[in-house]
Design a binder for this molecule. Structure first.
Ligand code: TLP
Length: 345
């Protein structure tokens, strides 16, 4: 049976062009900065995001960890959203490995942090307090229905952070989804930030890897931290080659994923027993609430799996669908048919 797998855009498989590029990739030892394919990917990434330099890392989690550890010393504090991926889904790495203290403030439904909340979280100089060093934003915001943060919001948060002497890191794992959804250049979404991490292995469909971008000085320091956490990957061009194809050829097609997500959300609204906030769907992420209490979340997942659909379970009564490369309109129709069938029982 064919499975419609909407658990995440991380499940994408490399395109034929990527496999070809992997086969032909020119390689070297990247710990010596001698892998020409990695160097090329880093150069393209830095240019696309309007930054001086870039660094290829194994994953989005490593990109965020290396960025935070490059900006912050032990005992220093970062301000971040209570629904942010760094806070919820990265195994507490910034604290476990870097001694960095997380200060969470509420994420608004549109993924933003209120400027007044940011302002209120910044510590005064006082020997009792940790030093506030960094503000972290997330664009698009995974837990907030994939909401894209606008250039205007980003600029206002960056201006506030700068006026109070803070650095800014952007978890831009899905930054290209944001730029396509808003119709703006990605550089408008990174303007003024000190570092940005984006993923090649989500909607852009590369098999492995993320890229951190920032100033040349920041990237030089991040290289040392990447080595420290075991991220020096030697002939990494073998995977970076697919990343180049991702950056050069997979960005504009994200619009198709966004359209499929909208169609899916509209369909969900008409299925009794399921609910979604379809108006919030601007990119490729849809949350679905199960309103029936006559079967459990586990039973729901078992039933949809048995019929050929996979969703992720993200909380009590809550599920997530993410559209991606490899999912076409027919798959969306099939997913809706499966859900209708399961909910009729
Ligand atoms: N997110 C994954 C899961 O970990 C939840 C997903 O399926 O969406 N930042 C953001 C905003 C992310 O959504 C993710 C991955 C990461 C960082 C981490 O990337 P990886 O998985 O490459 O470490």
């Amino acid at each position: 049976m064919d499975i419609v797998d909407l658990r995440s855009d991380t499940v994408t498989l490399p395109s034929p062009k990527m496999r070809e590029a992997i086969y032909r990739a020119e390689l070297g030892d990247d710990v010596f900065s001698e892998d020409v394919t990695v160097n090329r990917l880093q150069q393209i990434a830095a240019e696309k995001l309007g930054m001086e330099a870039a660094l290829y890392v194994a994953s989005g989690t490593m990109g965020n960890l290396v960025s935070v550890l490059t900006h912050c010393g032990r005992g220093e504090e970062i301000i971040l959203g209570d629904m942010s991926h760094i806070f919820l889904n990265e195994a507490g790495g910034i604290s476990a490995l870097g001694g960095v203290f997380p200060h969470t403030i509420p994420n608004q439904p549109d993924g933003t942090l209120k400027l007044s909340d940011i302002e209120g979280a910044i510590r005064d100089e006082n020997i009792h307090f940790p030093r506030t060093r960094l503000l972290c934003l997330e664009n698009t915001h995974n837990r907030c229905y994939g909401a894209p943060l606008t250039p205007e919001y980003t600029a206002s948060a960056v201006a506030l952070a700068k006026s109070r002497g803070l650095l800014v890191h952007l978890d831009g794992s899905r930054i290209f989804n944001a730029s396509v959804a808003l119709g703006v250049d990605p550089t408008q979404l990174t303007s003024g930030v000190d570092s940005v991490n984006f993923c090649l292995s989500k909607g852009l469909a590369a098999p492995v890897g993320s890229v951190i971008c920032g100033s040349a000085d920041f990237i030089a320091r991040a290289r040392r931290i990447r080595k420290m956490v075991g991220g020096g990957m030697r002939q990494a061009g073998i995977i970076a080659a697919a990343g180049i194809v991702a950056l050069e050829g997979m960005v504009s097609r994200l619009a198709e994923d966004h359209e499929n997500a909208r169609i899916f959300a509209d369909g969900i609204r008409n299925i009794p027993g399921l609910a979604t906030d379809a108006g919030r769907v601007k990119t490729n992420i849809v949350y679905i609430d199960l309103l029936r209490d006559d079967f459990s979340d586990g039973e729901f997942i078992k039933r949809i799996n048995a019929n050929g659909l996979k969703l992720s379970h993200t909380g009590p009564g809550r599920f997530r669908a993410v559209t991606h490369y490899g999912i076409v309109k027919n798959d969306i129709e099939r997913a809706l048919t499966i859900l209708r069938g399961v909910m009729q029982k």
